[in-house]
Design a protein around this ligand. Structure first.
Ligand code: AHM
Ligand code: MG
Length: 335
């Protein structure tokens, strides 16, 4: 029977905690906290069509976008779960203007980790029953334990991440994560409420045949991107490629990792740094991509080398099968 043969996420976390280079019990508790919140949010997402939790909550987030109620709810659930368990010293969320400092009860602030989270990404897809996701990223704090966290603890380059992952609320719900030792995917058995290891050692194929980009913005893209898109469409060798764009980063990334492909959110004449957020979206996906033999770039340089200067900073994003990202960079370099 599937469920009995396969390792559960809880078992996997325990089994692998010794191989983790940093003190591990705390990270395990943190991953367990995220796993729990994921199940709660999954429950809410799955009943989205049934209850009156659809539509804008009336608030706009810091980026000036209308927040869906489920965004707010997912944000609350993740923050509550992490706060209550006192497993992190700070949280930054795409839905919050500022980071949240957490003071543990013993007043010693002994927790070493900060979490950055996009609680529900792709939320414009919720009310049309298309997959959405949660993205998380974990760093060790820079400032000493025993003191309150500061902005410095959050503004770290992606290469400092010690873990990152996503939860995809799709045809099935999966939790996919890395602690820097490859990428593993776990599928939720909704009847039991248990995640099982279903996709061990996930890897992007070296190259692929899918390109994912919002082509409606074509006219506003830099010439390098336009040329690369034309290259993807050209009849030559294994081309033309297939165009697939869900508009939900986690889902587009997940498909491309399994099938081989490239996801792009370039800058445009409308949005000078693209749309995606370096800290909540690009860095965690870049860490996963690199751990899965893929690549992530802003078109010119490695995403995880960028030194962030603000929490909600945006950056152009090219991510996926290594050869495809390199090809896109080649076109970008011409201009
Ligand atoms: P969000 O954080 O407001 O949900 O925006 C991020 C999403 C990504 O999941 C997706 O890839 C992209 O925005 C789609 O944007 P667009 O509709 O401009 O193509
Ligand atoms: Mg988002």
């Amino acid at each position: 029977m599937f469920d009995l043969q396969h390792k559960t996420l809880g078992e996997f976390i325990i089994a692998n905690q010794d191989s983790f280079q940093y003190t591990s019990g705390e990270l395990s508790r943190l991953l367990n906290g995220l796993r729990l919140a994921a199940k709660v949010v999954n429950h809410e997402v799955n009943k989205a069509g049934l209850v009156d939790i659809l539509g804008g909550a009336g608030d706009t987030n810091i980026q000036g976008e209308n927040q869906q109620k489920l965004d707010v709810l997912a944000n609350e659930k993740f923050i509550q779960t992490l706060k209550n368990r006192e497993i992190v010293c700070g949280i930054a969320s795409e839905e919050e203007d500022d980071f949240i400092a957490i003071n543990s009860k013993d007043e010693n602030h002994q927790n070493k980790y900060v979490v950055l989270i996009d609680p529900l990404d792709g939320s414009s897809n919720i009310d049309v029953n298309v997959s959405v996701g949660t993205i998380f990223s974990i760093y060790r704090r820079i400032t000493p334990v025993g003191t309150p966290v500061t902005m410095e603890d959050f503004l770290q380059p992606g290469k400092n991440q010690i873990a990152a992952g996503y939860i995809i609320y799709g045809t099935s719900t999966m939790l996919v994560y890395t602690t820097g030792d490859g990428v593993n995917g776990f599928t939720l058995n909704p009847a039991l409420g248990t995640f099982y290891l279903s996709h061990p050692n996930m890897e992007f194929p070296e190259t692929g045949k899918i390109y994912s980009v919002n082509e409606g913005n074509y006219i506003h893209f830099p010439q390098g991107v336009k040329d690369y898109i034309k290259y993807c469409q050209k009849e030559e060798g294994d081309r033309p490629y297939t165009s697939r764009y869900i508009g939900s980063l986690v889902s587009d990334f997940h498909r491309n990792m399994i099938k081989g492909g490239i996801y792009m959110y370039p800058k445009s004449s409308m949005a000078h740094n693209g749309k995606l957020r370096l800290l909540y979206e690009c860095n965690p996906m870049a860490f996963l991509a690199e751990q899965a033999n893929g690549k992530a770039s802003d078109g010119f340089q490695r995403i995880m080398d960028i030194q962030p200067s603000e929490l909600h900073e945006r950056v152009p994003f090219f991510c996926g099968s290594k050869k495809m990202v390199e090809k896109a960079e080649e076109f970008m370099a011409k201009y």
